[in-house]
Design a protein around this ligand. Sequence first.
Ligand SMILES: O=C(O)c1ccccc1NCC(=O)[C@H](O)[C@H](O)COP(=O)(O)O
Length: 215
Amino acid sequence: MPRQTRVKICGLRDVAALQAAVDAGAAYVGLVFFPKSPRNVTIAEAATLALAVPAGVAKVALVVDADNALLDEITAHVPLDILQLHGHETPERVSEIRARYGLPVMKAVGVADESDLAALDSYARVADQILVDAKPPKDADLPGGNGLSFDWRLIAGRRWPVPWMLAGGLTPQTVGEAIALTGATQVDVSSGVESTPGVKDAALIAAFCTAAQAD
Ligand SMILES: O=C(O)c1ccccc1NCC(=O)[C@H](O)[C@H](O)COP(=O)(O)O
């Protein structure tokens, strides 16, 4: 029986790529609000993209240490289903954002070694979902979306009391092994389905979704 893995395609910037993700069966589409990113979208662009997302596909806004003014703007203009927090937001800030906006919050946690695992437990107490991602290198320009993976054996067999998603350097070639090793039922990709940074490739999106769903 095929796997029921739920896929998130992150960093979509145009309707064609968004449509490719929807056609491939993505369960989540991610819009990045981070000006330094090659995947950044303006609030107006995001509002247009959100209109093209059919019911049943979750629209995720990715922000990095966003203040309330920015979150107020985004949530006022873009119809959203989930807020993804990809910065250094504390557990208290996660709770505050959940309460203020009434939207489910997914907190990204970077993993490089065993010492990072405690944070997953802490955030799993306050967030609606956790995104288990590769920790960015210290000199990285971006806190995520770097196409780097971590040692999946670190989380093999680990479970949390909320849904979780595996991310970090996944590709159509590696996602099957990553799922088999970690038991992930949700996976997130950005760089691995791009031809160049910020430019999504419809064929890679389709290949990724097929591989994530394969036996
Ligand atoms: O994608 C970005 O440019 C980005 C910028 C700032 C924070 C996070 C960002 N991306 C996060 C993701 O796209 C994914 O959730 C995750 O990190 C996996 O990315 P990748 O390794 O590129 O598949």
